[in-house]
Design a protein around this ligand. Sequence first.
Ligand code: SF4
Ligand code: ZN
Length: 358
Amino acid sequence: MAPKSCALCRNAKAILRRPKTGQQICKDCFFRVFETEVHNTITEARLFKQGDSVAIGASGGKDSTVLAYVMKTLNERYQYGLNLFLLSIDEGITGYRDDSLETVKRNQQQYDMPLKILSYHELYGWTMDRVVSTIGKKNNCTFCGVFRRQALDRGAATLGVDHIVTGHNADDIAETVLMNIMRGDIARLGRCTAICTQGEDTIRRSKPFKYAYEKEIVMYAYFKKLDYFSTECIYSPDAYRGHARAFLKDLEAARPSAIIDIIHSGEAFEVKDEVRATQKAQQTCIRCGYMSSNDLCKACSLLEGLERGMSTAAITDKGRRKLEAQGPAPDNLRTIPYFHPPNSTITNDSPEQPQVND
Ligand code: SF4
Ligand code: ZN
């Protein structure tokens, strides 16, 4: 049987089946549709304006490596006028992050972008290796996730950038929608599909791969022969997310559009005013100045628990009561350096959203 021709250009031989649509297409058409869809996501959401400085959260993994490559390509092709940086967080995980950071350092050379690496050790005085050796493999991802979020903002503030982009893809977002439904976490459900988020005074953060399928990102990296690191973290990832992931993969196998459909369903949820009214207002942490909905931000609470030998203090009510029974924090407690966020005037509700050229 003669090889099929590409369903898009009708010219070249089809060599792959596009996971998102099932179309049989050639390599060049795949690159073009993948890049164009990301460009459309960026322009429709008006993510950037000319002259913005943007940090790409880079872990050395497939998502962020493809993101760095595609951001560079689109910035040049469509003249976005962005100053691009790579920003990596070193959690201090021997045999995992140290190796993946070597990949990011090569990406820095390959893509000719400045790179900033900020470590948990530098910021919090703890590596994840030490956290896990102290608390075990339960709750380690809670510490890691909270620490990473704040580290990214602090690294971006050091670089003086306006915006952070992360490699979260459509599968990640659909999984998060499912997890929030299963947990009944209405507050997070209301915001987890937002392409761009910004707190009171933090840096804008967005997900240009919001509609890009994980399988297509892997395919893109493979056919472009991109240099990325594919090993999983040695500390067991979130088990609950693993269940959501397995469920989503089953749904995708039965109907590939399930991923996008779940995201669209998430976007359509509206949080009732009564529920919204119960959500806590944002303030700044009295200890480190970072955005928080309590007196102390989550990172300061978790760090205090570690430093005072009560790692569950910021995780369970029982842990918190135990810490409170010990009295106030000692004066010499290790704390996170004070955060001075860059001034920003853009909010999610701004009528004048920044824009790049179509
Ligand atoms: Fe951190 Fe957990 Fe991710 Fe490992 S799996 S990098 S410990 S959040
Ligand atoms: Zn704090």
